[in-house]
Design a protein around this ligand. Structure first.
Ligand code: HEC
Length: 108
């Protein structure tokens, strides 16, 4: 009796499953618009120092989307990248990087 019941339920499973999967497996293509991201810092020569030192770990957008900061805070930010995150920033480029940040996204 039990065996018959098991066979019956197995058969039901096998017969019903393809029908279910046909209705569930319904693929269609979707179009997703992702926000565009600035990879490099704009500004040509003025951006050379920041492009050369600050793109190893995150995009330019990560930096440019910060609120405007004072020179002191931008300076602390650059030094934090070096001391906390071990960013390999050339010491001779630090001033140019801070100048760029103050000029593009600074506040008095
Ligand atoms: C060694 C990797 C590395 C390099 C190189 C690097 N950063 Fe970062 N930066 C990070 C990490 C890690 C975070 C924190 C990310 C998070 O919180 O999601 C971060 C975050 C930031 C933020 C967001 C604010 C904050 O403090 O979290 C700014 C602004 C920033 N970096 C600027 C810079 C600038 C300017 C340079 C070049 C001098 C630079 N980064 C180079 C690793 C790096």
């Amino acid at each position: 009796m039990l065996v018959k019941l098991m066979i019956a339920s197995l058969l039901t499973c096998f017969c019903v499953t393809p029908a279910i999967s046909q209705t569930v497996m319904n693929f269609r293509s979707v179009k997703v618009e992702l926000p565009t991201e600035e990879r490099m810092f704009p500004g040509g020569d003025k951006a050379a120092a920041i492009n050369g030192n600050c793109l190893a770990c995150h995009s330019a957008s990560m930096v440019l989307n910060q609120p405007p900061l004072t020179r002191a805070v931008w300076s602390a930010e650059v030094h934090k990248m070096v001391s906390a995150y071990k960013a390999p920033v050339s010491p001779q480029d630090v001033d140019a990087i801070i100048a760029y940040l103050v000029q593009t996204n600074g506040k008095p």
